[in-house]
Design a protein around this ligand. Structure first.
Ligand code: EPZ
Length: 433
């Protein structure tokens, strides 16, 4: 039984070097892309050992794939014939399950996918995905809360997204990779995870140009082949540890990353007065009695400030000298963590999608509850900086995205431990993270 509660004794500066894990949000689409193969193998390196990765592996196994995963290396063997109905219990666990929709329609001509529910950060529809698949020739029906998609054959098309949706871009890239002709994706997402997926698809034999820009051209092939690819470093996990150093006035170096992937964050930290040493691979926040000013941040699609760092930067700005303003422009309700922050003494006023944060000199420990993955990470950061003890509950959200979190935080000097589960006495083993 993995513990769901963490005790943090705050106030200790964190210092040292941590290396980034493989990116969760690159590994998940890469795994889904394996469904495009027929009787072939995809081998992925630097796959993080996370709850979401195991959920996706369970979904692929349900569809018929055979998966070996050990030491960051994942091999996925895809049979000639695949199932195309996805199980509700798995899909409802993880929104990223929607990434199998395009590959299944392209590979099997059919797919049934329970509509992923909303979550703590917003309604999270998949209308962009469905509209684009229709443009390529799929018939889409919604019956009993599931998407029923079918096609007699897909055609290349010109797709233009109303918003540069990461998941929709990924779904259509994969669909187009198995569709003859040239599909153009306009107003495409530009995240590094998109480029990583393009590398996976190119390794399979698809021809892709423009990944990382707003217009991606995909020339598909009906027979993609065995492929090997490496997952990029996780820019959000790395950024979280960098902020752990800042918020505790320590000095944390994150290694194994591409500093360009976190440029929006490092630019904001420097604007706030946080001295950084940005090397070819690593970034560290300097110590020297660190203090920082309030700043204004608007979350945007890449290369803008990432919404997945909004709760974490908010935690640091709660301890800034001065007032900060955050505009959350990507999700329609990503402030579930604010109530928990206030319990620790943060002064935050929410007006619509705007948060006004008045910096305070200190925050104090409390029992707080994680509402989602990044909110949980942010509460851990606050607990590390707080005076006294903090108990962060509902860690199940955190284990979804942070590999070896306890070991990495302890290696930086954090005084943290997992508490026995509230439920039946179970052997308390260290969480997967
Ligand atoms: C991906 O989610 C990430 N997840 C999210 O990370 C990340 O927050 C998000 O991109 C934005 O960067 C994975 O990659 C697995 P979107 P995704 O489609 O693809 C709306 C984490 O913490 N929208 O770019 O679901 C949507 O509601 C997670 O690791 C539609 O309206 O994000 C949102 O407001 C959280 N219709 C906005 O677009 C659609 O069809 C951006 O969503 C699709 C999206």
């Amino acid at each position: 039984m993995i513990s769901d509660r963490m005790l943090i004794r705050g106030g200790k500066p964190l210092s040292g070097l941590v290396s980034a894990q493989g990116a969760k949000n690159a590994a998940l689409p890469a795994m889904a892309a394996s469904l495009l193969l027929r009787g072939r193998r995809l081998k992925l390196s630097r796959v993080p050992d996370l709850q979401d990765i195991h959920t996706m592996a369970g979904l692929l196994r349900h569809l018929g794939a055979e998966i070996e995963f050990s030491g960051g290396i994942m091999t996925i063997d895809v049979p000639e014939d695949l199932k195309w109905e996805t199980p509700s219990d798995l899909v409802r666990q993880m929104r990223a399950s929607s990434l199998v929709l395009g590959p299944l329609v392209a590979r099997c001509g059919r797919a049934v996918l329970p509509l992923p529910g909303g979550c703590a950060i917003g309604s999270r529809p998949i209308d962009f995905h469905l509209k684009a698949l229709s443009r390529m020739g799929a018939e889409i029906d919604l019956e009993q809360g599931s998407v029923h998609a079918r096609t007699g054959g897909l055609s290349a098309a010109r797709i233009s997204f109303d918003f540069p949706s990461v998941g929709a871009t990924e779904n259509i890239m994969m669909t187009a990779a198995l569709t003859e002709g040239e599909t153009a994706i306009e107003n495409a997402a530009r995240e590094p995870e998109i480029v990583n997926l393009a590398d996976v698809l190119r390794a399979m034999g698809a021809s892709i140009e423009g990944d990382g820009t707003g217009t991606i051209l995909v020339r598909g092939s009906r027979d993609l082949g065995d492929a090997e690819a490496t997952i990029i470093p996780d820019r959000i996990e790395a950024s979280t540890y960098l902020l752990a150093g800042v918020i505790t006035r320590g000095r944390v170096q994150v290694g194994g990353i591409d500093p360009g992937h976190i440029a929006a964050l490092t630019a904001k930290l420097e604007e706030a007065g946080v001295p950084l040493d940005i090397g070819p691979e690593a970034v560290s926040a300097a110590r020297e009695g660190l203090c920082w000013n309030g700043v204004t941040i608007k979350t945007l699609p890449y290369p803008g400030f990432p919404t997945d760092m909004q709760p974490q930067i908010m935690a640091a700005l709660c301890l800034a000298e001065g007032t900060s303003v955050i505009h959350e422009s990507v999700f329609d309700s990503r402030y579930m963590h604010v109530g928990e922050f206030r319990r620790m003494g943060c002064k935050i006023d929410i007006q619509g999608n705007t948060a006004v944060i008045a910096g305070v000199p200190r925050v104090s420990g409390a029992e707080v509850h994680a509402s989602d993955l990044r909110a949980g990470a942010a509460l851990i950061l606050l607990g590390l900086a707080a005076e006294g003890e903090t108990v962060v509950c509902e860690l199940k959200h955190v284990w979804r995205g942070y590999e070896m979190l306890m070991d990495k935080m302890r290696s930086l000097g954090a005084d943290i431990e997992l508490l026995p589960c509230d439920g039946p006495e179970g052997a308390l083993d260290e969480a997967g993270g």
